[in-house]
Structure formats: C-alpha cells, structure tokens
Design a protein around this ligand. Structure first.
Ligand code: PLP
Length: 393
C-alpha cells in the first residue's frame, strides 16, 4: 500500500504493523505501560520524535498509534490524535488554541455550545457567537482579535451549510485557526483540511464507530499543531482507551461501505419526505431546495445520513410522529446502523428559550433523523404510518 492507494485500501491496511506471529489485523495492546531493557532504551523511547511505546495515557501504545495512522489517512492529514470522546477532542482544541479568544460561527452541537458559553468563560477565556449566514460579523469579531474559530457544517439539527474555504481564508488573513466539526459529514463526504481548515474534528462515536457501541473522538491536522495538542491531551487525561481504539480500528474498515449506504438512504428519504402532505419542509443539503445546495455540492462528495424536517401541525404533531414510530427508534446520537429520530426541542435543544430557538432556526415541529442502513422501503413505511397518525390524532 502507498499514500496514493484508494481510501478503501488505506482504511484496511494503514496502521497495520507486523507482529511476531504475523497477526492479520492490528492486535490489541491492552496494557497501561511498557518495560525497557535499560535506561538508555527507556530514554530513547521518551525522547523519540517517531511513534514509540511507553505509557498508554500518553498515546504511546501501538494500538492507539495504529488507529491514529488510519485516522490521518482518512483525513489526508499529516497527523491525527484519538480522544476518549468527541467532546474531549473539541475541548482540547479550544483549550490549546483558543486562549486569545474563540469565535463560534453558526449553530454547533449543544455540548460544544455549552462548553463555550458556560465553562470556558470561567477560565477567563473570551468566547463570542456570530451567525453563519453572513460573514461580516465574523470579520468584525476577528478584527477584535481571536485565535480560534469553531464551525460545524452541516450543522445540527438544521443541516445549515457554511462555505469552509471562504471562512478558512478569513481566518488565515486574521491569523486565527479554524476548527471544523465534521461529524455529520465524515471525511468521506467532506475534507475540511483540503478546504483550508487547520483542524478537522469528529465525534468518532457516530459514523466512524458506526455501531452505537463506542465513545471516541478525533482531531486531524498539521503535525506541529498536534504536537502541542498532544501535551494538553496527555495532561488532561483525554487519550482514547486502547480497547476502544481497537474497536474503532475495526469499524473504520467498513466506513466507506456504510457511508455510501447512509448517503443513498438519506437522499431517498429526503425526496420521499418532500412529497408527503403531512410534511412542511425538509432540510437536506442534497436537495436542490436546500438554501446552500450549491455550496454543499462544491465542498461535499456526498450529502451524508443526517436530515431534519418539520411536520404540519406544530410541536404536538411532531411529538405524535415521534411516539408512533415503530421501527425507527426515538433516541439521541447518530451515525449508527439503526435509524434514530429525535425532536430537538425535547432533546438536544431542550430548555432553550423561544428566542434562542428562533435564532437557531429550530421549531417544535422539527424532527431530526439519523438515517441508518435498513432497507429504505421499511423506513418509508414506518415514517408514512407515523405521519398519518401525527395528522389524525
Ligand atoms: N459533535 C457533534 C456534531 C455531535 O453530534 C456530538 C455528539 O452528539 C459531539 C460532537 C460530541 O461527541 P461525543 O458524544 O462523542 O463526545
């Protein structure tokens, strides 16, 4: 395998070392520490610039290193670091690179928003929020001084799309770094680093893990930036566990197959929902009706498995829809094989004021779907029967 090999090949073979038995897949090194023949060998490991084994929390464990090589290949990055969760990855980038101020552009995942609003100001860090539909407020904030911009596209749960290249250019001119949360798209559908971002982050709990059975995060970017980030990860104790790294290594092998099917099923469901009398509007970047469809088509290779829609009849009708689903599960999270539905006002955006919801473009009638890998006809049948009940009760 070479760096030019196709991504399917790299996701099977990259990070695959040779052990003494010729194991066909990377073995799990389920150990917290590694021993050395003598002090010279120990010092050589500690002082090495190349991947070396030493202590698992430092990330100096062959299973974690194998995963990080595979994750770097996925993002076409110089380097990737694996974390214990998506929030561990996001918080570490903010703490390491946001010390001269963070600007959050548009809607972001609720955990990221509350970290920026509630926790970082307690450390004396400046965090500011600007809309993503107009870049002038961002320029104004950057002119005031900031070292990090946080962007999520497509964003949760509105599926709004922001032009990454345009934002990256503004950040570059202002000397700020750009972190893009690429969880919804995955690197197979969108490559933030190739579009000029400094950090591509993901909750690997979602599509990368893909089976709703692990919690992890990833940051990909330049080796020099990730060297700094690693110092924080190490001392904050945010490194992925070796057992989870091993599980994630396996999941990555099938990522291209899964993402292709997620893309197909979501596109079919988005079209189907657009034709239903009980549905007011559908938000999916792949639909021509999406306000940023042109931008999405330019920067995405596929439109992903996430969509949202509003049902006619308001919040009560949306709750009836959610309560009447049979195959599709009512649950938070996303990116698994099973289709999940949420009503954002009762879950991710619960407790927000009317004004905050309006600003975020979220109504009580909105349903978010993480479209899974089932036969799409079964999903359509479940949605149709729940829509009929939402309208009739
Ligand atoms: N980013 C996005 C877009 C998410 O949806 C989530 C979780 O739902 C996270 C980050 C945080 O990920 P984790 O739960 O792995 O910490």
């Amino acid at each position: 395998m070479t760096k030019q090999s196709g991504i399917e090949t790299q996701l099977i073979h990259s990070g695959q070392g040779k052990d003494q038995y010729g194991a066909a897949i990377s073995p799990l090194y389920d150990t917290t520490t590694f021993s050395f023949e003598d002090t010279a060998a120990l010092l050589a490991a500690v002082e090495s610039d190349e991947p070396a084994v030493f202590y698992t929390r430092y990330g100096m464990n062959p299973t974690i290193q194998a995963l990080e090589q595979r994750l770097a290949a996925l993002d076409h990055a110089e380097k990737a670091l694996a974390f214990s969760s998506g929030m561990a990855a996001i918080s570490c980038v903010c703490l390491t690179f946001g010390q001269r101020g963070i600007v959050c552009l548009g809607e972001v995942y609720g955990g990221t928003a509350s970290f920026l609003k509630q926790q970082l100001p307690q450390l004396g860090m400046s965090t500011r929020f600007v809309p993503s539909n107009d870049l002038v407020p961002l320029q104004n904030e950057l002119a005031q001084g900031a070292s990090l911009v946080v962007l999520e596209t497509p964003a949760n749960p509105t599926l709004s799309v922001t032009d990454i290249s345009q934002v990256a250019e503004l950040c570059r001119k202002a000397g700020a770094k750009l972190m893009v949360d690429n969880t919804f798209a995955t690197p197979l559908n969108q490559q933030p680093l190739s579009l000029g971002a400094d950090f591509a982050v993901q909750s690997a709990t979602k599509y990368l893990g893909g089976h709703s059975d692990l919690t992890a995060g990833v940051v990909a970017g330049r080796a020099s930036d990730l060297k700094k980030l690693n110092e924080w990860r190490k001392n904050l104790g945010q490194t992925i566990a070796a057992e989870v790294a091993h599980k994630l290594l396996r999941s990555l092998i099938t990522l291209p197959l899964r993402v292709e099917k997620h893309n197909q099923n979501a596109m079919q469901l988005a079209r189907f929902l657009s034709e239903q009398d009980e549905v007011e509007a559908v938000n999916y970047p792949g639909l021509g009706s999406h306000p940023a469809h042109q931008i999405a088509s330019k920067q995405m290779q596929g439109f992903g498995g996430m969509l949202s829609f509003t049902v006619k009849g308001g919040g009560d009708a949306a709750t009836r829809f959610a309560d009447n689903l049979r195959l599709i599960k009512l649950a938070a999270s996303l990116g698994g094989a099973e289709t999940l539905a949420t009503q954002p006002v009762t879950s991710s955006h619960h407790g927000l004021s009317e004004q905050e919801l309006n600003q975020a473009g979220i109504s009580a009638a909105m349903i978010r779907l993480s479209v899974g890998l089932e036969d799409v006809n079964d999903l359509m049948a479940d949605i149709k029967q729940a829509l009929l009940k939402s309208a009739n009760e």
